[in-house]
Design a protein around this ligand. Sequence first.
Ligand code: TXA
Ligand code: MG
Length: 309
Amino acid sequence: MIRTERLDHSTDSVLRAGEVLRKGGLVALPTETVYGLGADARNGEAVARIYDVKGRPSFNPLIVHVARAEIGHLVEVTPLARDLMAAFWPGPLTLVLKLAPGHGLSSLVTAGLDTVALRMPDAELARAIIEAGGGAIAAPSANPSGALSPTTADHVLNGLDGKIDAVVDGGPCVVGLESTIVNATGQVPVVLRPGGIPIEAIPHATHAEGGPITAPGQLSSHYAPKAAIRLNATDAHPGEVLLGFGDIAGTETLSASGDLREAAARLFELLHRLDGQTEAIAVAPIPDRGLGRAINDRLTRAAAPRHSK
Ligand code: TXA
Ligand code: MG
């Protein structure tokens, strides 16, 4: 257990929250939709802590929160994104866009994808904290996995007191429902998750694959390596490259000290790296507890027979 600081909406609190975020801490912040569990999106170990404290058994890509509409250093801004930002930012509309070269975001935030979901919250206090924290804050809802999304600081503390560094109390969230997520990489907006902005309000919006909206974090929003994956390997067979963990050292090693947080932070980066070098990756055993469950979930899916794309 750690002591969770309860901060108010003063300037001092905003600076304190920013300081905690910049040091890799976790701060729950009030957005207009729900309270988010924020971490510096450039710091892989801080992002790994989000999954750890939420007890999430899998890695879904997270939304990165920004304080300004200048996002060209993070993503390729399409004409469609420009229109949507002009109409809906700041506000509960999240845009999925292609990552720009040199974006600097942790590959755990994007779950290894070449796109990222960005949103600029309407709540001024949230934007001030994001700015103070470095300008790119990954934040899913600030609740344990499977629990209701929190719309007050008390809700956050009910679920996460003693597990996170701070919560900023900004009063109740006015929207109370997560943001609408739209893929804006193409010419028409494709809605991936319904939310705070009604679909009817978005000109020309269509649903993903023309069918029902896909559940968050499924299929198309998951990175799958091209190489075959073999799990629980203690050494590499001919033609394989070994991804190590703990005492089992590989060509690359997730964490030599057996630290699951470090392993989570490096997982996607190392899978990408090895995927480019070999057709077969053998992976050392990862303990199936805490973050290890999410790591194993990802690896198991990567090892499963492929669906045609
Ligand atoms: O209102 C909200 O959006 C709240 C508050 C805190 O801002 N945040 C939130 O974040 O709901 P989060 O990280 O839980 O949303 C994650 C969802 C994923 O499950 C996935 O559906 C979608 O965002 N997502 C994120 N990155 C994506 C990507 N690159 N491609 C497709 N979907 C993505
Ligand atoms: Mg949630």
